[in-house]
Design a protein around this ligand. Structure first.
Ligand SMILES: C[S@@+](CC[C@H](N)C(=O)[O-])C[C@H]1O[C@@H](n2cnc3c(N)ncnc32)[C@H](O)[C@@H]1O
Length: 187
């Protein structure tokens, strides 16, 4: 993807924390730029499942309007507390909790499902977390040109079901040669 090389200062700080901790699960910048762009259209509350070192939350906060709340949940206590300290003055609410605890702050105008269990969670429960017109974002898919989507020689059932569910208007966006992101908007 072609994009200016500069990264938002919040993202730079989160990337620095990832580097210092040897944390390798951070969201890629291509995905981050998409998150920031989507967040720019969102009012209300945006949620992230799985904070990691805060890179996704930093992209969301960098794109979102000032009045939009950004909240993120991380199960690992050291990561959660590290990110809480890092973002103490940055208007990002960090919870040390299982992502399912985010439900108490729903409905969301966007939810980024970036913890493994959230991605495979029943869509019936996820749909209740977002308002009509709200977005659900899932990343790290292997680009697949045909239908059904294939990954590792098998049908990618999770992606197939998200894209075929008629409660959503959905798209699989290839953000780089080797990775794609699903955006599902609740009808
Ligand atoms: C792919 S990483 C998150 C990367 C981060 N969102 C980013 O944009 O850089 C997934 C994270 O989810 C966390 N996690 C796993 N299970 C979880 C759960 N049930 N609730 C909250 N966080 C969880 C992991 O500890 C890990 O840090």
């Amino acid at each position: 993807m072609s994009a200016p090389p500069e990264l938002p200062p919040l993202v730079v700080r989160a990337l620095r924390m990832s580097l210092e901790r040897g944390y390798v699960q951070t969201s890629r910048s291509e995905t981050g730029r998409l998150l920031a762009t989507l967040a720019a259209t969102r009012a209300g509350t945006i949620a992230e499942c799985g904070t990691g070192c805060g890179v996704g939350a930093a992209w969301l906060r960098s794109g979102a309007p000032k009045d939009t709340r950004v909240i993120t949940a991380e199960l690992d206590p050291e990561l959660a507390h590290g990110v809480m300290v890092m973002f103490a003055d940055d208007d990002i609410d960090v919870m040390h909790a299982d992502w399912t605890s985010l439900a108490q702050h729903a409905p969301f105008s966007l939810i980024f499902l970036d913890a493994a269990s959230a991605k495979s969670w029943p869509r019936e429960d996820i749909i209740d977390l977002v308002e009509p017109g709200g977005m659900i974002v899932l990343d790290d898919f292997v680009p697949s040109a045909g239908w059904p989507p294939i990954a590792g020689g098998r049908v990618d059932v999770v992606r197939q079901q998200w894209l075929a569910d008629d409660r959503f208007t959905s798209v699989d966006v290839m953000v780089a040669e080797d990775t794609s992101v699903i955006i599902a908007v609740r009808r």
